[in-house]
Design a protein around this ligand. Structure first.
Ligand code: C5P
Length: 267
């Protein structure tokens, strides 16, 4: 049995930190949006047991530390379908705030559920996804969604207006935990959620570009700060993507020196 699926990148059109939770995570209110920039993951199930991963990208681990591998192992722990071979073609830059690893994991779960004659129910798939990472459940849905909790409590939204996007990746990576840790007390909250107000603004065609992680990402990463300063001079709508270090622009733009550009669209 064999299936190949795209694993799309995401951006957060809005990301507010509502406070720190007792479990050490941060309560978020965020709007996720998938892009047509995507990794590709092939899943083959044969007789036997265990997981093997081949990763076509430099610097990405092809072992049990890779979230795609862990997703397959988590599914097999509940539904021992056989031996799972994964081939992952990476196109989404990592350390970018684009959710590449989370999306790969969700694509593995979706593929295994499709290949399984008695797939795990959607609620169980969602729970496994949430254990793998805060962003993983969103990638089971894709499209546009409002999220609360750690990012796993999802409300699907109507698609955002079709928009061309340039993702810009400076020569720097930002680890997500470091960015959350570097929030100041004032940035961290607590503050109330906006809830449906946000969804209503999006429904009227207004994309509410905001990212509370911009302050810490700027302080930790001079290359991201320089890129944001450059984008401010262009007059184009732009934002730090997730916890960075990439940024995205609504529209087409040439990258400044030392920055890689990915032309893509909301998908
Ligand atoms: O859930 P995930 O493994 O993607 O999160 C990576 C790290 O980002 C967490 O260990 C935590 O430091 C931070 N994080 C957070 N609050 C969230 C999501 C992530 O503090 N809602």
């Amino acid at each position: 049995m064999h299936l190949t699926l795209p694993a799309p990148a995401k951006v957060n059109l809005y990301l507010e930190v509502l406070g720190r939770r007792p479990d050490g995570f941060h309560a978020l209110e965020t709007i996720f949006q998938t892009l047509d920039l995507a990794d590709e993951i092939s899943v083959t199930v044969t007789a036997g047991s265990g997981v093997a991963l081949q990763c076509i990208a430099p610097g990405v681990p092809a072992d049990a530390t890779n979230l795609a591998w862990r997703a397959a192992a988590a599914y097999l722990a509940e539904r021992p379908l056989g031996h799972v071979d994964l081939t992952l073609i990476k196109r989404i830059p990592h350390g970018a705030g684009l959710g590449g690893g989370s999306s790969d994991a969700a694509a593995v779960l979706r593929a295994l559920a499709q290949l399984d004659a008695q797939p795990l129910p959607a609620a169980r798939l969602h729970a496994i996804a949430a254990e793998l990472g805060s962003d993983v459940p969103f990638f089971l849905l894709g499209g546009t969604a409002l999220a609360h909790g750690r990012g796993e409590v999802l409300t699907p939204l109507p698609p955002a207006p079709a928009t061309s996007v340039t993702v810009l990746m400076p020569a720097a990576h930002l680890p997500t935990p470091a960015v959350f840790t570097a929030l100041t007390d004032a940035e961290r909250g607590p503050r109330p959620a906006q809830g449906r107000l946000l969804a209503e603004r999006l429904a009227t065609g207004h994309i509410p570009l905001f990212n509370r992680l911009t302050g810490p990402a700027r302080r930790l990463c001079p290359a991201a700060a320089a890129l944001l300063d450059h984008l401010a001079t262009t007059g184009l709508p732009h934002l730090l993507s997730g916890s960075g270090a990439s940024c995205f622009v609504l529209g087409e733009i040439e990258p400044p020196p030392g920055v890689r550009a990915y032309r893509t669209r909301f998908a």
